[in-house]
Structures are given as C-alpha cells and as structure tokens.
Design a protein around this ligand. Structure first.
Ligand SMILES: [Mg+2]
Length: 243
C-alpha cells in the first residue's frame, strides 16, 4: 500500500463495517416476529419473502443516473412496514405490519461490533477526527453506538434519516462532509459496500476505502476503491504510514 497524505478526517459506514449485520441476525428477528404474532411461518421463510420487497426498496430509493430525480425520502421503519404489508397481503398472512416493522427497528439496535472495532476506533480517535454516516434510522443507530461507548469517539454521527437521503446519493456524502467541516478530498471514507460506500464516496472526491472481510470479488461495473483492507486495524497502520 503506497503512502499518502494524512486525512483531515476519517468517516465510516456502520453496518458490516463496524458491526456485523448478517442474515442470521435478521432471521432471528423475524423468528421473534412470527412467534410474537402467532404466525404460521418460520422466521427464515418470512425473512426471505420480505427481503424480496426490501431489496426493491433499496434499488428504488436512489437513481444514480440522475440523483436529483430520486423519489422522496422515507425512513427504514416506513419502508419496512410497507414491505411487511405487501408480504402479509400477497401471502394471506394475518400479521401486523406496523408492529413487525417496529420489532425490526428494535432488533437493528442490537448487533455485535467486529472484534477489533472498539480498539481500532479508540486508537484512531486519538490521531484524527472520526465520523459516521450510516444508512439507518436514528432509532437503531444511536442506541447501538451508545451501547458500546462509541458515540464519544465520533465528532459527527449522521444517518440517512438525519440527512433525509440514502447513500450512495452524492447529497448524503455532501451532508456528512459539511457536518464534519472537512473537504471530501481530504477525507477517507471507509465502508463494506461497493455501491453505497465506494461508488458514493469516490464520486464526491473522497478516498474510498473498501473493507473486504470475506475476500469478496468485485463484479463488472463495480466501483474501484482507492484502497482495500481486511480489518479496521489496517487503518491505524495506514494512517501512521501516511505523510
Ligand atoms: Mg455497510
């Protein structure tokens, strides 16, 4: 990794960058929803049917060919409720969509940090201002960061909900860098997602760093990161080697 200029700030994605957010966790949440509501369906099956709609929401919400034509913002809780409404209606499941969406929000506040997350952020925060922009509702993002004592490590905690726009829309990144009072060209943005994080971060001129924990292979058309790392501790070394 060649040395480069020290950034004025390092900003992070949260889910699957700082905290593990895997399918198992989602299916556990959906199992709880099915049991609480007495539904005759497994959590895994309910999640699979719901996810089909939720993926559609993720595609629908941002038009990167003409970002300003993207539809009006809606929170995850609203979007998730609508996905539950569709599943319950099309599959004739007598569920309560609003309660199911609320339960999903509560669950998203409970994810485990990766083993090195707290240490890496503690070390980096003594060297350079840190911030967060997560595609998340504040109702789950903020309690999760609080639970692990991480809120105080960040100068800025912003979300799609606080910015009323989702990554990779350029307005999400501009909102974040304005809140951080840093020029994008002097910041690193670290994330796990090649579309949301690397494409979005690169397009506004930040140094986009891809955390690739599972040896994923980029596909055709994927954005190219400025750097690739496998652990947040790599950032500490990268920062110390930069000039
Ligand atoms: Mg992520």
């Amino acid at each position: 990794m060649k040395s480069q200029r020290k950034p004025d700030a390092i900003m992070f994605d949260v889910y699957d960058t700082l905290f593990l957010n895997d399918t198992d966790a989602w299916q556990r949440a959906f199992q709880q929803i099915a049991e609480e509501q007495g539904l005759d369906i497994t959590g895994a099956d309910l999640w699979k049917r719901w996810k089909k709609h939720e993926v559609g929401f993720r595609v629908w919400r941002t038009n990167m060919d003409a970002p300003e034509t993207s539809p009006p913002f809606k929170s995850y809780e609203t979007a998730w409720r609508e996905c539950f409404e569709k599943v319950f209606e099309e599959d004739n499941i007598p569920g309560n969509a609003a309660n199911a969406a609320r339960r999903s929000v509560t669950h998203m506040a409970h994810r485990d940090p990766f083993p090195e997350t707290v240490k890496a952020l503690s070390e980096l925060s003594t060297r350079v201002p840190l911030g967060v922009f997560s595609n998340a509702d504040d109702a789950f993002l903020r309690p999760m960061l609080d639970e692990y004592g991480l809120t105080s490590k960040f100068e800025v905690v912003e979300s799609s909900e606080s910015a009323a726009v989702y990554k990779p829309h350029p307005r999400a990144f501009k909102h974040m860098f304005a809140a951080m009072q840093v020029e994008p060209g002097k910041a690193w943005y670290v994330g796990d997602h090649l579309y949301d994080d690397i494409r979005g971060g690169s397009e506004v001129g930040a140094t986009a760093i891809w955390i690739n924990r599972n040896d994923a292979k980029p596909g055709p058309g994927d954005a190219t990161p400025a750097h690739e790392i496998t652990s947040l501790m790599d950032l500490v070394e990268m920062f110390d080697r930069s000039k």
